[in-house]
Design a binder for this molecule. Structure first.
Ligand code: 6GU
Length: 251
């Protein structure tokens, strides 16, 4: 999986290439992360990437010409057969909020081009002529799209085979399964008066699975009841949830 990031601050991505899971994935050639300095594609010698807005108003706007030129340069390196399947995502607070479905969609592509939004925003022709997806990472405003791009790259990379320890890790993780994760414990069995639940030390795998499933269901009902509307639930899940007062649709 190849990530190309268009940014005004390419250095901010350096730590991603160094740190544990993604750093290893890059060194192993499972993913590649290329940063493209938009300023280098500016048409003037000052490297101007932003300008005042037509119509007036506060804040600068990212100019279209350097961004188009930078995307063209990245695309020229992508095999023609993969070009149309490569999303061009703009990070911006106006985008669709990132969720696991969108992460999965990106993960099925051969690569991604990410454009980090900045200043008051981007010239609308960037949206019209280049961008296939506009993505936000939540309803709050960041100083720039770099952190959002890093979040997207991290979440998508987990679904590239072998980046995370085993496929099971990804399939069983919380949200991917549609429910929040059950509680986890490691040694010591008792810590500051807090004991590991007996069932986890029983060696009875059926009991352990049932306990974990119920903990997931209980936690999801308490913290994220909205997830229960779409989570794949069995009949016994529904009976258990009903016993907790859940009034969701029985099927
Ligand atoms: Cl993608 N960019 C900015 N600037 N702020 C954000 C965001 C993105 N997502 C949430 N807030």
């Amino acid at each position: 999986m190849r990530f190309a990031v268009l940014t005004l601050f390419p250095d901010t991505f350096r730590f991603m290439a160094d740190y544990s899971v993604l750093g290893r994935a890059i060194r192993n050639g499972l993913i590649s992360l290329e940063t493209v300095d938009v300023r280098e594609f500016a048409t003037d010698r000052h490297g101007t990437a932003d300008d005042y807005q037509f119509g007036g108003g506060p804040g600068m706007v990212m100019k279209p010409d350097p961004v188009f030129a930078a995307v063209d340069a990245v695309r020229a390196d992508i095999p023609a057969a993969e070009r149309t399947a490569t999303p061009v995502a703009l990070t911006s607070p106006q985008g669709a909020i990132l969720n696991q479905d969108l992460v999965n969609e990106f993960a099925s592509a051969p690569g991604m081009i990410l454009v980090c939004g900045h200043y008051a925003g981007v010239d609308e022709r960037i949206r019209e002529g280049l961008i296939t997806h506009e993505v936000s990472i939540g309803d709050y405003v960041l100083t720039g799209g770099e952190l959002a791009a890093m979040v997207i790259i991290d979440a998508v990379s987990r679904f590239v085979p072998e980046v995370v320890g085993s496929a099971e890790n990804v399939e069983h993780d919380s949200i991917t399964s549609g429910l929040l994760q059950h509680p986890l414990y490691t040694r010591p069995p008792e810590f500051r008066g807090m004991a590991v639940p007996e069932v986890l030390r029983s060696g009875n795998h059926a009991d352990i699975e049932r306990w974990r499933r119920r903990q997931s269901l209980e936690r999801t009902l308490r913290l994220r009841p909205d997830l229960l509307d779409t989570a794949p639930l069995t009949n016994s899940d529904r009976v258990f949830l009903a016993s907790l007062g859940w009034s969701g649709t029985p099927d």
